[in-house]
Design a protein around this ligand. Structure first.
Ligand code: GAP
Length: 480
């Protein structure tokens, strides 16, 4: 099969809306730029991403524990972390049409590079407004990305607080409490999944850059001097994880930061990149941040962040390696990767499947299908259960019983409406990997057919073997 034609984000967004993966937030009021809602299938997909991460990063490891911090924290947290002083993007306005841009992105789009000056930033000669073409743009100025709010009934400077722009700082602020209560020893990690908020100047590329999103962050605390070794370890672990959720090796790359691009306290940083239809972009950053965060919190709170090593009798502030991923970006990558339009031999009889050619009709004897090839592990619905006919009560009863049995294990869907082929197509389009059909033979010998979404092959097997067979197939994952 040849390579897929490039997917347009409009096509993906249209499927996501039609089938209940992603909706525009507050759509009935015209939407709100940079905010998205996940529908019945989208929230299952996202939940599976979170669960896969939590299982692999926390539950399956003895050296990582979980944490769930509040979204609004003491404002001193953000002073210590440097977010109040420095968490800003350069912003420029068009004087003609009043459109506002992130200055670095505006330059990039025109093959230019934003100039760093002593005071801040300057636009290079020839930068234009991409909306109206005017060259009359304001000088870039720093725009802090944190959402401000007030705590309590009085709205003044003393009650200002912020919605967290990352989950990481909650982990650093609670480091001592977790250490005291979890009986962990360095090296060990603290993991957190939760919402983060950034008032992005230019939210774009569908859910890729949003103003409200979810992060999955691990702060892995290590002995000073072992940073590099742990950084290498986590980069490899994380690359493997992306393959385990169904992103093919060829679509995932690493961007290794050169020294001059690293923050002053960091000794290494690697971004995990995915080839989106709109370009190769970051899914996750894995940074070796030294003792910067814990030292700053020690300094600002006057509380010790030191660790006493019982084996060596040494005292030190642990260094940290931080794999920090975005749930929404990973979900978007999974949606992009899964989407495929195909032509298949009519009648669901199996046979060679062709990749559909854009804008063309399926050839004679073929029909078109859209299929979401999610890895079974993360598919929103694992098994669809069908009675061959809906007007035969014995068939329907048998299917409902089977449905009740299967849904104790996985998210399943029961469908009796329409021709069986149409029911298969509906499940293909939402990425359900397995279909189980109950027919007349089932009533005599307790066997069913199990259909595979990708090969469309059907096998007949006893109901007693169904759970094991589906489990084995979920574990096996996807071929590369
Ligand atoms: N604690 C480190 C940190 O927050 P980051 O690179 O700013 O690092 C980590 O964010 C991850 O969070 C990114 O790799 C991305 O997946 C996700 N992320 C960041 N900003 C985002 C946004 N505006 N919309 C969606 N996801 C975002």
């Amino acid at each position: 099969m040849s390579a897929s034609p490039v997917l347009s984000m409009e096509t993906l967004a249209s499927l996501c809306k039609r089938r209940g993966f992603i909706f525009q937030s507050s759509e009935i009021y015209g939407g709100l730029n940079g905010f998205w809602d996940y529908g019945p299938l989208g929230c299952e997909l996202k939940r599976n991403v979170r669960e896969a991460w939590w299982r692999d990063m926390v539950l399956h490891r003895e050296d990582v524990v979980g944490l769930d911090c509040s979204i609004i924290m003491h404002p001193r947290v953000w002073e210590a972390s440097g977010h109040i002083g420095g968490f800003a993007d350069p912003m420029a306005d068009c004087r003609q049409c009043k459109k506002r841009f992130r200055a670095d992105q505006l330059c990039e789009e025109q093959g230019l590079k934003l100039i760093k000056t002593e005071k801040g930033f300057a636009l290079p000669e020839g930068t234009q407004c991409t909306a109206c073409g005017s060259k009359e743009l304001t000088e870039p100025r720093a725009f802090n990305l944190m959402f401000k709010t007030f705590v309590g009934p009085v709205e003044d400077e003393s009650s200002v607080a912020y919605l967290r722009p990352e989950t990481a700082q909650g982990i650093f602020a609670q480091f001592a409490n977790v250490l005291a209560t979890s009986r962990q020893k360095v090296p060990f990690g603290i993991a957190q999944i939760g919402k983060a908020f950034r008032n992005e100047i230019n939210p774009r590329n569908y859910t890729f850059r949003s103003r409200e999103f979810e992060q999955m962050e691990l702060e892995f605390f290590v002995k000073p001097g072992t940073d590099q070794q742990w950084h290498d370890y986590w980069v490899e672990e994380r690359m493997k994880w992306y393959h385990s959720i169904g992103l093919p090796k060829a679509s995932i790359t690493k961007y290794v930061y050169p020294k001059e691009e690293l923050a002053h306290y960091a000794s290494a940083c690697v971004d995990v990149m995915y080839a989106f239809p709109f370009g190769v972009q970051e899914l996750e950053g894995i940074a070796a941040r030294g003792d910067f965060d814990l030292s700053r919190h020690q300094q600002f709170s006057n509380k010790s962040m030191e660790y006493f090593d019982p084996d060596t009798q040494e005292k030190f502030i642990p260094h940290v390696v931080e794999p920090s991923a975005g749930v929404d970006r990973i979900t978007l990558a999974l949606l992009c990767n899964a989407y495929r339009e195909e032509w298949l031999p009519q009648g669901d009889k199996g046979g060679a499947v062709l990749l559909a050619e854009p804008g063309k009709q399926a050839p004679e004897g073929y029909e078109a299908r859209t299929v979401m090839r999610f890895a079974p592990r993360i598919a929103p619905i694992k098994v669809a259960v069908f009675p061959l006919l809906k007007n035969k009560p014995e068939l329907v009863q048998k299917t409902r019983d089977l449905f009740t049995l299967l849904r104790r294990h996985w998210n399943c869907f029961y469908d009796q409406a329409g021709a069986i082929g149409r029911r298969y197509r509906r499940q293909d389009e939402i990425g359900t990997p397995f279909g189980v059909t109950v027919d007349f033979q089932t009533l005599t010998d307790d066997t069913v057919t199990l259909r595979d979404r990708d090969t469309m092959q059907q096998v007949r097997l006893p109901i007693g073997k169904l759970l094991d067979e589906i489990n084995t197939r979920i574990e096996a994952g996807m071929p590369e």
